[in-house]
Design a protein around this ligand. Structure first.
Ligand SMILES: CC(=O)SCCNC(=O)CCNC(=O)[C@H](O)C(C)(C)COP(=O)(O)OP(=O)(O)OC[C@H]1O[C@@H](n2cnc3c(N)ncnc32)[C@H](O)[C@@H]1OP(=O)(O)O
Ligand SMILES: O=C([O-])CC(=O)C(=O)O
Length: 378
C-alpha cells in the first residue's frame, strides 16, 4: 500500500471526485455546477439552485414547479416530532435541537432503499421541506408559543420567515433571505460536507447523513462562526475599539472569527455579496452601527495581516443581514444548515453513485506490547 505524507486537517488531499461545485481560492471564484454564485444570486431562487445542485441541471419550468409543489406539500412536521421538540430544554442551542430532530426523521422513514430513485427523491423533498419548519418550531416553542403552520401561498424563504416571526415578511427581506440561502447552499469539500459523505459512505439513511453534517457545521471554526462574529462585534462596541481589540487577539495568537479560509486566499466572493445585501437592507430599514465596526475590522485585519491571505469569509457579514431581519443570533447557524442541506444531499447522491466506504489510515504513535496491570496494583 502507498504511504502518503500525513497532512493535519487533510489539507490539499482530495477526498472525492465531484462535479457539484468548484472554488478557485486565488481568484475568489465559486461555481455551482459551473455557474458563478453571483449570477445565481442575482437570477435564480434557492429551490432552483438546490435542484441544479442535486439533480445536476437547471430545471425546466415544469420541473421547478413540480419540485416546489412537492416541497410545499411536505412542509408540515409530524405531531410526534413537534412533541419531541417540546421536551428539549429551552436553553439548549437550536443547532442541537435541529440535529436531534433531523435524526429523529429517520425513525419515521426507516426503510432504506438507496437504489430506488423514488426513495431518493422523497428523502430530498422531505428534508428540504421540513428542516425550516423544525428550526422555526423550536424557536417558537422555546419562547413558550405554539409552532405556526406553514403557509402554502408563500415561497420557501417567505414561509420560513413567516413561521419564525408569526407575520408575513417584508418582500425585500424575503428576497434577500432567499439570496442568502443561495450563497450558503454548497461549498465543495468543507468539514460538514466531508462529514456527510463519510456518513453516506456507510450506506446509512439520509437523515443520519444530514444529522451528522448538522453536528459538524455547528462548530465555531465552521458555520458556527457566524454567531460568534456578531458576539464579537457587540463586545467591541465602537469603531474606536476595533484596532486595540484586533491587536490584542493577534498578540495572543487567537483567531478572529469570520476571517480566514482553508481555500480562499482573497475575500470570499459570498462575503462581498452579503455585504451588498446588508447595505440594501440598511437603506430600507435603517443603519446598523455594528456594520461600521465590521468594515473597520476588515480594514484593520487587512493591514495587520497583509500578505497572509486572511480576509472575511462567508460568516463575517451574514449575521449583520440576519440581525436587520430581527433574527436571533443563535439561529444564524441553523439558517446556514437550512441552505446547506441541499448541498449535503447533492453530495449524498453523488457519493452513492460511486460509493466506497471512507476508511483512511492513521500513523500510530502509541506504545506496543504493554503489560496489563491489575487495578489494585495501579
Ligand atoms: C463556513 C465556514 O466554515 S467559513 C470559516 C468560518 N470559521 C471562522 O471564521 C473561524 C476563524 N478562522 C479560522 O479558524 C481558520 O481561518 C479556518 C478554520 C477557517 C481555516 O483554518 P486553516 O486552513 O486550518 O488555517 P490555519 O488555522 O492553519 O491558519 C493558517 C495561518 O493563518 C492564520 N489565521 C487563519 N485564520 C485566522 C483568523 N481568523 N485570525 C487570525 N489568524 C488566522 C493562522 O494563525 C495561521 O498563521 P501562522 O501560519 O502564522 O501560524
Ligand atoms: O469550504 C469551507 O471549508 C468552509 C466554507 O466556506 C463553507 O462550508 O461554506
Amino acid at each position: 500500500m502507498m504511504v502518503c505524507e500525513y497532512k493535519p486537517g487533510l489539507e490539499g488531499i482530495p477526498a472525492a471526485q465531484s462535479s457539484i461545485s468548484h472554488v478557485d481560492g486565488q481568484k475568489g471564484i465559486l461555481e455551482y455546477r459551473g455557474i458563478r454564485v453571483e449570477e445565481l444570486a442575482e437570477k435564480s431562487s434557492f429551490l432552483e439552485t438546490a435542484y441544479l445542485l442535486i439533480w445536476g441541471e437547471l430545471p425546466t419550468k415544469e420541473q421547478l414547479q413540480g419540485f416546489e409543489n412537492e416541497i410545499r406539500y411536505h412542509r408540515r412536521i409530524k405531531y410526534r416530532i413537534r412533541d419531541m421538540m417540546k421536551c428539549f430544554p429551552e436553553s439548549g442551542h437550536p443547532m442541537d435541537a435541529l440535529q436531534a430532530s433531523a435524526a429523529a426523521l429517520g425513525l419515521f422513514y426507516s426503510r432504506r432503499d438507496l437504489h430506488n430513485p423514488v426513495y431518493i427523491r422523497d428523502a430530498v423533498v422531505r428534508l428540504l421541506a421540513t428542516i425550516p419548519t423544525m428550526v422555526a418550531a423550536f424557536q417558537l416553542m422555546r419562547k413558550g408559543n405554539d409552532p405556526v403552520k406553514p403557509r402554502d401561498d408563500l415561497d420557501y424563504a417567505a414561509n420560513f420567515l413567516y413561521m419564525l416571526n408569526e407575520k408575513e415578511p417584508d418582500p425585500l427581506a424575503a428576497k434577500i433571505f432567499d439570496i442568502c440561502l443561495i450563497l450558503h447552499v454548497e461549498h465543495t469539500m468543507n468539514a460538514s460536507t466531508f462529514s456527510a459523505r463519510v456518513t453516506a459512505s456507510t450506506l446509512t439513511d439520509p437523515y443520519a447523513v444530514v444529522a451528522s453534517a448538522v453536528g459538524t457545521l455547528g462548530g465555531p471554526l465552521h458555520g458556527g462562526a457566524n454567531e460568534e462574529v456578531i458576539q464579537m462585534l457587540e463586545q467591541i462596541g465602537t469603531v474606536e475599539n476595533v484596532r486595540p481589540y484586533v491587536e490584542e487577539l493577534l498578540e495572543r495568537k487567537a483567531k478572529i472569527m469570520g476571517f480566514g479560509h482553508r481555500v480562499y486566499k482573497v475575500k470570499d466572493p459570498r462575503a462581498t455579496v452579503l455585504q451588498n445585501l446588508a447595505e440594501k437592507l440598511f437603506a430600507k430599514f435603517g443603519h446598523d452601527k455594528y456594520y461600521d465596526i465590521a468594515v473597520e475590522m476588515e480594514k484593520v485585519v487587512a493591514e495587520k495581516l497583509a500578505g497572509k491571505g486572511i480576509y472575511p469569509n462567508v460568516d463575517f457579514y451574514s449575521g449583520l443581514v440576519y440581525r436587520k431581519m430581527g433574527i436571533p443570533t443563535d439561529l444564524f447557524t441553523p439558517i446556514f444548515a437550512i441552505a446547506r442541506v441541499a448541498g449535503w444531499l447533492a453530495h449524498w447522491k453523488e457519493q452513492l453513485a460511486e460509493n466506497r466506504i471512507f476508511r483512511p489510515t492513521q500513523i500510530y504513535n502509541g506504545k506496543h506490547e504493554v503489560t496489563y496491570i491489575p487495578i489494585d496494583q495501579r
